[in-house]
Design a protein around this ligand. Structure first.
Ligand code: ZN
Length: 575
């Protein structure tokens, strides 16, 4: 590793080259740039407060036990010196998204934390970015806070849906992804762009990205960082989304800004701030690249009439594996994302496709610490051998590919599927990606493109449903998995053995259920059928008493629901 770093330094300039030739590398290790040491020497505030949670009440400690901790690290030797020096800048920028997301999700972070005495409960509030338990349907856990407003802190608390709809007729900016809605002096609803509403944080993050851009060697990354830096100051994200899709040869990456709309459960209009700092795994990425070639064939094979698959997935789409070294904001709240598909901007998607990011280290954490223990309790003993990391990785990977399939605009030409399905759009889109991902694995296997035992994918998929149902009804992923569980149950895709309380995949019926659910969701989306989806969600997005009892057994067995990350420069610097 030391030798590799030295050769990087030597290649970086003629002056250094002379010095390197003069002394053999092994004699001068102290002159070599060590990324680890460099990061350990940086003085940045740590991401979370330090609380002695063992002093917390038993109730608060039980809440905290829903999460198990995992250290976010990566192979730093894959980075050049310049890339290493960018890391503190990118993490500092990400850190600002934490502050913005607190305001969007709740309001005044410091006042809330100061009002909580119990150190374990304080830590739990940090993990949830507010006083509502994201893994328990946003149940309040701080006395006196009341239920979480469906529109989080994006809208005035006393606003009705009808009032908003009426006002938005006259002022479409109220519906913008990048505005927060306030009441002005005469009680009228007014949109405030994010770069004004969260000005100090957006400015600070923008400066850090500009500083990182100045260090960047790879032109695509430099260009993207410059444009993203501007976007944070003017809330116009599209140019930087295009630049992000054009960037192909970077090793470092950062996803940053207002991105997903899950937090706005009132309308699904408002994007929440978040950030991921990422290091690309080039070897894995090359293996994934070949599946992109197969996208058009997969789109053609979807089990719906031609009108529902008339859009062509972008040919420039790509699929890469990464280690995440920092999570902030929305993606760090409650359940943690293990794969991303971006950008969300439909215009960019239609022109450039999307980029799917598989977050390898985070995925491994969830498989080892959560999925395998769940299978040991809930999957029939003789099917447990089918729970494999390769199947988990495959199912997750194709979930992301599947986001790019299907249709973005409704068949009647009235607009996007997301606009038509409003607050149900996210859950249905996640449900689509899950089921079409599995559908694609089976199609690729059929076509001889994928060498897998489908039973591994099915059994791991079923165990995955239990894992994700535990995210609760407040999560789009949680709702999507409740729907799938009940739909599959109805179709006999699995059976529950009453004696052992375990579930067994019924291979043939699972295939039928998969095809039926794929078609149902694709039709809902193409038809923009808001009423139909609302009824479907109301019927299926439920946890019945039997399932609840089984989920309770997982909690009793001490199986965590999700991960919290130990992350930041001190973690990277101490490996
Ligand atoms: Zn997804």
């Amino acid at each position: 590793m030391m030798k590799h770093l030295l050769s990087t330094v030597c290649l970086s300039g003629a002056l250094l080259l002379a010095a390197c030739e003069a002394t053999p590398p092994e004699d001068t290790p102290e002159d070599a740039f060590s990324c680890r040491e460099f990061l350990a020497d940086q003085n940045l505030p740590e991401p979370t407060g330090m609380y002695d949670v063992t002093q917390g009440s038993p109730e608060a400690q039980a809440l905290l036990a829903k999460y198990t901790s995992f250290r976010l690290t990566t192979d730093l030797s894959a980075l050049s010196e310049a890339e290493c020096r960018m890391i503190p800048r990118l993490i500092a920028a990400a850190h600002e998204m934490d502050a913005v997301f607190w305001q969007q999700a709740y309001g005044d972070r410091d006042a809330l934390l100061a009002s909580i005495d119990d150190p374990a409960l304080k830590r739990f509030a940090e993990i949830n970015y507010g006083p509502w338990d994201r893994l328990d349907g946003n149940a309040p856990f701080v006395e006196g806070v009341g239920p979480k407003p469906p529109g989080a802190n994006f809208y005035p608390k006393n606003m009705t849906k009808e009032e908003f709809e009426a006002a938005a007729e006259a002022n479409p900016d109220l519906k913008s992804l990048y505005t927060v809605v306030v009441r002005d002096e005469d009680e009228q609803l007014r949109p405030v762009p994010y770069h004004e509403a969260y000005e100090p944080h957006m400015k600070a993050a923008s400066e850090q990205l500009r500083a990182a851009a100045a260090l960047a060697e790879e032109p695509g990354l430099k260009h993207y960082l410059e444009l993203r830096s501007e976007a944070l100051l003017n809330s116009d994200y599209q140019p930087s989304d295009f630049a992000w899709m054009d960037m192909k040869d970077n090793t470092l990456d950062v996803v940053i800004g207002p991105i997903e709309t899950y937090e706005d459960q009132l309308f699904g209009y408002k994007a929440s701030a978040e950030a991921y700092v990422l290091v690309k795994d080039r070897e894995w990425s090359e293996r994934l690249a070949r599946y992109i070639q197969l996208l058009p064939m997969l789109q053609e094979g979807l089990p719906v009439p031609p009108a529902y698959k008339q859009e062509t997935p972008g040919s420039e789409s790509d699929l890469n594996a990464y280690d995440v070294i920092y999570y902030a904001g929305d993606c760090n709240a409650g359940s943690k994302t293990i794969a991303i598909n971006l950008p969300n901007d439909e215009e960019v998607q239609l022109q450039k496709g999307t980029r799917r990011l598989q977050l390898k280290n985070a995925m491994r954490a969830k498989f080892d610490k959560i999925l395998v223990p769940i299978a040991d309790v809930l999957i029939a003993e003789d099917q447990r051998d089918h729970i494999t990391f390769d199947a988990f990785f495959g199912n997750t990977m194709f979930h992301e590919v599947a986001h790019g399939l299907g249709i973005k605009n409704t068949l009647d030409g009235a607009g996007t599927v997301r606009q038509a399905l409003r607050e149900h759009a996210s859950a249905l889109e996640e449900g689509k990606a899950d089921i079409l991902g599995l559908y694609m694995v089976s199609k690729l296997k059929e076509a001889g493109e994928l060498d897998v035992d489908l039973m591994d994918n099915y059994a791991t998929f079923l165990a995955g449903i239990f894992r994700s149902v535990r995210f609760g009804a407040s999560s789009a992923h949680g709702r999507a998995n409740m729907i799938r569980f009940n739909f599959f149950k109805e179709m006999g895709a699995f059976e529950r053995d009453a004696d052992t309380g375990t579930y067994r995949v019924n291979f043939d019926k699972m295939t039928d259920a998969m095809n039926a659910l794929s078609e149902k969701i694709l039709r809902f989306q193409g038809d923009g059928d808001y009423e139909g989806v609302a009824a479907f969600v109301a019927k299926y997005a439920q946890v019945g008493p039997e399932l609840q009892a089984d989920l309770d057994r997982l909690a009793e067995a001490g199986i965590p629901v999700d991960i919290v990350f130990e992350q930041g420069l001190s973690v990277l610097g101490s490996e």
